[in-house]
Design a protein. Structure first.
Length: 266
């Protein structure tokens, strides 16, 4: 074997070792290029817990052909990592310190009954993906969607929901709904703004009025909940930024806790 071949094999080995090291350090290293704000795993990333928060990895026409950040990865994964710390402080939920990424094409969806999707006003579901989502609902799954703004995005989101649930419409959750008081007593008139609030604008993409919407199944159970014209993911992601209002970060954490506990108790 020539010196050039030996050096080539050594270079390849170092490259492979580097990839293994990266994967060992971060559970979702293979998706980091698709995320907006990836961070390293915490020391207890491999410690089991009673509750696992999962994020939906869906497809969007706005994705860059599989290169660079994708719509599903908005606020990921710094946003949820900081949220998990707050869940442990604001509730008794034993939550895993890292999220589970669930691909829309995988039956792994059935193993994680709480599913979080961001910017789903830009998703597009194939027939098989919609069928899988419908089975997820039928088996007791709960989907909460964040970072939806304006009625155009809402219509695109609902188109995806109604693929597996034709005829099921949405509703505005009443102030008296248990979801607003299951742990923390919260006011549904609150708007949890994205980072643009630091520039004096509390809304995004023309979504002025905050809404807390839901879709129920035939038995009246909420299967999909929506944080409409709001951006709780930003409130989690930027909670450590002095420019982002502490009041909104605290409320964003508390709303998220309520929705998790609601799914565990209803």
């Amino acid at each position: 074997m020539s010196t050039k071949q030996i050096l080539a094999f050594l270079a390849l080995g170092l490259l492979l070792l580097g990839g293994v090291h990266l994967f060992a350090r971060n559970r979702w290293a293979q998706y980091e290029r698709e995320m907006q704000d990836p961070v390293d795993d915490p020391p207890d990333a491999n410690v089991d817990a009673e509750f696992i928060f999962s994020r939906l990895r869906y497809r969007s026409p706005l994705d860059r052909g599989g290169y660079g950040r994708q719509r599903w990865g908005t606020d990921a994964n710094k946003g949820e990592r900081q949220f998990f710390v707050a869940v442990r402080r604001l509730s008794l939920v034993n939550i895993k310190s890292i999220e589970q990424i669930v691909d829309v094409d995988s039956d792994d969806m059935y193993d994680y009954p709480f599913l979080y999707a961001v910017a789903a006003g830009h998703w597009r579901l194939s027939d098989s993906q919609a069928e899988r989502l419908g089975k997820f609902f039928e088996r007791g799954g709960f989907l909460v969607v964040d970072d939806l703004h304006n009625e155009m995005e809402w219509a695109a989101f609902m188109e995806g929901i109604q693929q597996p649930m034709p005829g099921h419409d949405w509703e505005e959750l009443a102030e008296t709904d248990p979801i607003f008081g299951v742990v923390h007593s919260l006011d549904r008139s609150t708007q949890i703004s994205g980072y643009n609030i630091v520039y004096g604008q509390p809304y995004e993409r023309g979504g002025y009025q905050p809404y807390w919407r839901a879709v129920r199944d035939d038995k009246g159970r909420i299967v999909a909940a929506a944080w409409m014209n709001q951006d709780l993911g930003d409130s989690w992601e930027w909670a450590d930024d002095p420019k982002y209002p502490e009041r909104l970060a605290s409320l964003g954490f508390r709303f998220g806790v309520n929705y998790i506990v609601y799914t565990l108790t209803h």
